[in-house]
Design a protein around this ligand. Structure first.
Ligand code: KIV
Length: 285
């Protein structure tokens, strides 16, 4: 499969091709995702919740995103790779925003960065884009504003709130974003926004009217039995399957059924005196 570039993502808007995106945080998952043919991987600040077990994304740092992003790039060379600018890494100033976006490209090997907000961060977006780094926007239920929202709540339900999101989207497009993630908003609003903007939109809890969809990898794999919001579809019971395998392993070890003879080594048998060099050693089955 061919390497996905920003040109493929942007072209999808006109081609009416539906874009696929998921998150990944390590090389092992990234390899699976790449192999499955995904267009785009997001190293989201959701890693604070998924990897570190925090209750929100606010403690995540640029270093952590860069570390996980580098691991994901090693596992998945083909998909387009986007890294999240974490909370307080871009809100404080335009200079900070450009410097931290640069770090995610240089240290994390990301091909683009994502940040949350609209009009309020348009200056930062324009400056990062001017530095040659593609920017993906993120509107609606933006998790870095969880405290301002009073929880992870669907946004844009009133006509004033919907209008603000539409204005934010236009501000992001004017500032130069190549794509916008729409999270946790009424499907009618997401569809209207998608029809209005010239860049592709990627929905999560925003209905079918977007140009593509993103889900957190562990959500779509059913890895957390306690988390099943309306917008998540579990494509597998990952938790149940992995737990079952782990239980079997524990049982096999305790009952001394693991390892078997075939899963262990014996003292090497040397075929000839001259075969004693490491290259000529014959490993017993
Ligand atoms: O951090 C993240 O994983 C995200 C997606 C949910 C879009 O921002």
């Amino acid at each position: 499969m061919k390497k996905v570039t920003i040109l493929d993502l942007v072209a999808a808007k006109n081609d009416s091709a539906t874009l696929t995106m998921t998150t990944a945080y390590d090389a092992t998952m990234a390899r699976i995702v790449d192999d499955a043919g995904i267009d785009c991987i997001l190293v989201g600040d959701s890693l604070g919740m998924v990897v570190a077990g925090h209750e929100n994304t606010l403690e995540v740092t640029v270093e952590q995103v860069a570390y996980h992003c580098r691991a994901v790039r090693r596992g998945a060379p083909r998909p387009f790779l986007i890294a999240d600018l974490p909370f307080m890494s871009y809100q404080t100033s335009v200079e900070e925003a450009v410097r931290n976006a640069g770090r995610l490209v240089q240290e994390g090997r990301a091909e683009a960065v994502k940040l949350e907000g609209g009009v309020a961060v348009a200056e930062q977006v324009a400056a990062i884009v001017a530095a040659g780094i593609p920017v993906c926007g993120h509107l609606g239920l933006t998790p870095q504003s969880v405290n301002a929202f009073g929880g992870f709540k669907v946004q844009g339900r009133s006509s004033a709130a919907a209008k603000q999101i539409l204005d934010d989207a236009q501000a992001l497009v004017d500032a130069g974003v190549f794509m916008i993630v729409l999270e946790g908003m009424p499907r009618e609003l997401a569809a209207e926004l998608t029809a209005e903007v010239t860049v592709p939109t990627i929905g999560i809890g925003a209905g079918l009217g977007c140009d593509g969809q993103v889900l957190v990898c562990t959500d779509l794999l059913g890895m957390n039995p306690d988390f099943k919001p309306r917008f998540v579809r579990r494509f597998i019971d990952g938790y149940g399957l992995l737990r079952g395998a782990m239980t079997e392993y524990v049982d096999a070890v305790k009952s001394r059924r693991f390892p078997a003879i075939e899963e262990s080594f014996s003292t090497p048998t040397l075929t000839k005196e001259s075969d004693s060099s490491p290259e000529h050693r014959v490993e017993e089955g």
